[in-house]
Design a protein around this ligand. Sequence first.
Ligand code: ADP
Length: 739
Amino acid sequence: MLTKIIYVVIDTVAIVDIIIIINALHGVGAAYAKWLKRTLVAAIVAIIANILIASSFNAFGAEIAYCVYFASIDWILYFLAGFCLLYTGHDKVLKRVSLPVAVMMAADSFLIFFNPLFKWHFTIYENTATPGVVFYQTAFDQLYYLHLTIDYTVLVVALLFIILKIIKSYDMYRVKYLIILSVLLLVIAMNLAYITLSLVLDASVIFYAVAGTLIYFCTEIFVPRRLMNISVGRAVDDMCEGLILFDISNNCIYANAFARSRFGVNIETFDLSYEPAASVLAALNEEGSQFGEKPYERVLGSVTEHYSVRYTSLLDKRGRSIGSYFLIQDRTEEVFYLHEIEDARINADKANQSKSTFLANMSHEIRTPLNSVLGMNEMILRSTDDPLLKEYAGSIKTSGEMLLGLINDILDFSKIEAGRMELIETDYDLHHLLNDCYQFFEQPASAKDLYLHINCDRSIPRRFTGDMVHIRQVLTNVISNAVKYTKEGGVTLKISTRQIGTDRTELVAEISDTGDGISEADIPYLFDAFKRINEKENASIQGTGLGLAITHELVTMMHGSIYVDSTPGAGSTFTIMIPQKIADPTPAGELVISKTYDEPSYKESFRAPDARILIVDDVPLNLKVACALLRKTLVQIDTATSGDEAISVCAYRKYDVILLDHRMPKKDGIETFREISEKGLNYRTPVVMLTANALNGVDEEYRRLGFAGYLSKPIDIHALEALLIDLLPKEKVELTAIL
Ligand code: ADP
C-alpha cells in the first residue's frame, strides 16, 4: 500500500513540476517551445493515467487507464520528435512529416481504445506478489508490439536528428544536444525496463518531468548562460583596455590579456602596491578620493606611454561592496595625435603670422614709393594750372588710389581671415553716407555714360547706430562692381528699412545694374575669395576677386545677409540687409544729392608759423613729400634720416610735434622713441608714428607704447593737418578753414 501511495505522491509532484515548466515556457517565443509544451501536456495525461492505474481497484478501471496511458505515450513521442526536429533546425522535415505521423498516431491511439472489447493489445492480470496489495499489470499482445514499433521508430528518427546535430555543431552547442539525447535515452531505457522486466509500475512516466525540466534548463537557461559567460570572458580578455579585478580583501582575482601583457600582472602575486595601481591610488588619495579616474604615464626606453586608469568599486545588487577593479585605457596614440594637432596648430599660427608679416611688409614696400608718387603728384596738382598737366596728374592720382585700394583689400581680407577685423559702432547720418557713395561713383559712372540713381525711402530714420565705415565699404564694393561690370544703362541704389523692434531696424540696400549679369552656375562661387567670374570677358576690368568675399564677411560680421538675383544679359540685383540701431527715429525726408563733385582745390586748414616739428624718415623722398605737403601751413620743419640723427637733434632743440617713421635701418622708430624718452629729450613732445604698416591693431599698439598718434602712408594731407591741429600747442595754431 505504501508503495502505491509513494508512487501517487511522486507522480503528483511530477505533475506540479511539469506545470511549472509549461508556465515558464510561456515566455519563450521560439516554435520549439510550443512542441515542448505539447509534449509536457501529453506527459501530464500519461502521469494521471499512471496514478489511476496505481489507484485502480478493479481490472476494468485499470484497463481503461492503461488505454489512456498507452495512447498518451503515442502523443508524447510525437510531440517530442517534433520538438527535436525544430530544435535541431529541421523545420522543413517536420512540416513534411508532421501530418502523416499525426494520422498514424491517431489511428494507433484510436485502436488501443478497442482493447476492452478485442484484447488486441494487452490483457490485464492481477499481481498479488506483495501481500495485501493488488497491482493490475498487462500481458502484451501482437498489436501492442505494432504500437511499440511505431513509437520507437518515431523516437529513433528524432534521436538520429539529434545525433546528426551533435556531430555537426561546435563544442559549446554540442552540450545541449548531448543533454537532450541522454534524457531521451534514459526515458527509453526506463520504458524498456518496464516492458521487459514486467515491472509493476512504469517509472519512466515520472521521468518525463525530470526530462522536461532538464531540457528546459539546457535550452533556455544553462546553454545561453554558459554561452554568455564564455563570450563575455573572451570579450573581456580580448579587450583593448586592461581589466584587473580585486575581491573584497584586495586579492587580485582576474587580469585580462591586456593587463597581463602590458603590466605583467600575475594574479598570484599582483596587489595594490604594483603599478599602475599604486600610482593611481596615491593620486586619488592626494585629492581625498577613494575611487576615480587618473592619468598614468610610463616611460619605456624612448617611448612614453599614456594611460587613463579608472578605479571603481564593484557592488552587488544591494549596493554592497564586493570588490574593486581597475580599467586601464591606452591613450598613447590619442596623446600623440593631440600633440600632432597642437603642433599643426602652432605651425598654422606661425604660417599665419608669417603671412601677416609678409602682408605688412608688402604693404609697407608698396606704400612707401606710393607715398612719394601720390605726394609729388599732389604737388603737381597744387602748383599747375595747365589743364593737360592737371589731367595727367589726375590719372596718376586715380591709378595710385586704385593701387592703394587693392592693398587695402588684401589687408582687409587677411584681417578678416585672422579674426582681427573689428566693428566700431558710431552714430551716423545715412544721407551723408549715400552722398559719399554718390560722389565716389558719379564720375566713373558718367565716364562710361551710365546713370547712377539713388532712391531712398523718405520715411527712413534720420540717424542710425552702426559701423558706418564698414557699411560704406560694403555699399561701395557692390556699387563699384555694378559700375565696373555694366557697359550701358546704369546703376540704381534703392534704400529702405524694415522695422525689427522698437529701436532696431533692418537696412535694406538693393543695388541693381543693367550689366551682363551672372549665370546661375556662377552664383554659388560669387562670394569666394580670389574668385573672378567670366575671367576672359572681364580680363580688361581690374579686380582681384576679393571685393565680394570681403563684402560677404563684413555683412556676416554685422549679422546681416547678402544675396544676388541676376538675369544673364539683363543685369543683376544685389540685396544687402544689415540690422542697425535707430539713433534718431525722425524721418530723414527727401535725399538731396550734391550732383556736381569737383575736387576742391587744396586750401591749408591751418597756419602755424611759430610751431616747429621734426619729421624722421630714412627715405629722403618721403621727407620731401611731407615738407611739400605742409609747406602752406608755414610750420617750421626739421628733418632727420635716421634714428640717431633724430636723437641728436632732439638733444638741442625742442619740438612741438615729432613725426617718426617706424621702419628705419639701424634704430627703428620705436627704439628711437624709447631712447628719446629715456634720455628725457623733448619732454612731453607728442610723437606720432608715421608708417606704411597699416595692419589692424597697430594703432592701439603704438598708443600703448606711448605714441600720441598714428598716421598711415601714403600720407593723407587732411589727416595729417587734423592731427597737427590736435597736437600742436593751441596758441601757435591759427585755423584757416573748417575741416
Ligand atoms: P573683382 O575684384 O573681380 O570685381 P569681386 O569679388 O568684387 O571681385 O567680384 C567677383 C566676380 O563677380 C567678378 O569678377 C565679376 O565677374 C562678378 N561680379 C560681381 N559683381 C557683378 C555685377 N554687378 N555684374 C556682373 N558680374 C559681377
